[in-house]
Ligand binder design. Structure first.
Ligand code: ZN
Length: 210
């Protein structure tokens, strides 16, 4: 299955170990998550190379569980949220890290660092079969080097809570996608790198960077 992506919501600051690793950049933990968006035009499907932006500083991989919903509208209760999940996959929330840090310091929005063309490599959606989405293990390897090894039990905001939170501001529609946050180990990508996202519960997805 790969239904059309309508909107892309992203959750930031959802794994404590990742929040801690960015503390030296002045990204302060406050116990809350961040919600931001990428345009659907930032998707890089499987079978397409990732075109890295040039001359704008380091581009970090953030490996994430991604879910797609069938709708649900506004104010979805946490207890009802999982009924709206249709598909699951893995994706990369690519981030221009230095630019993001300077935007944060200046109190400016993050789009320039998070929503550029190619900023959302996205695996193929697998049908959601009511498995426990807080029991998903996943890795990110770059040229066979293990960079990230996460487990969704370490999320501070569960997938159900994320759906609830987002639906308080946006009426969820069929095709909406949520990037659910990244664990520790984020790091730079350079042209020529092969990135592989893998989960025993979901599958394996690979891209070449150019
Ligand atoms: Zn992220």
């Amino acid at each position: 299955m790969n239904s059309r992506v309508t909107r892309i919501f992203c959750i930031g600051k959802n794994y404590a170990d990742h929040v801690a690793e960015l503390a030296h950049l002045g990204h302060t933990p406050d116990g809350d998550c961040v919600v931001f968006m990428k345009p659907p035009s930032s998707v890089v499907p499987i079978g397409t190379d990732i075109e890295l932006p040039r001359g704008r500083g380091s581009i970090h991989h953030e490996a994430e569980l991604v879910v797609q919903v069938t709708g649900g509208g506004n104010d979805i209760p946490v207890d009802d949220a999982m009924h709206w999940v249709a598909g699951i996959t893995l994706g990369l929330d690519l981030t221009l890290r230095e630019l993001q840090t300077s935007l944060k310091k200046a109190g400016k929005p993050w789009e320039l660092a998070k929503a550029f063309d190619g900023a959302a490599p996205l695996g193929e959606f697998q049908p959601y079969l009511e498995q426990d989405l807080q029991d998903i293990e996943f890795t990110c390897r770059v040229d066979d080097e293990l960079r990230q090894h996460g487990h969704t039990r370490d999320m501070m905001f569960s997938v159900a809570r994320q759906i609830h939170i987002i639906s308080q501001t946006w009426a969820l529609r069929p095709g909406d996608v949520i990037y659910t946050g990244t664990p520790a180990g984020v790091g730079p990508l350079v042209p020529g790198d092969d990135v592989v996202l893998e989960s025993p519960q979901i599958g394996r997805f690979a891209w070449r960077c150019r």
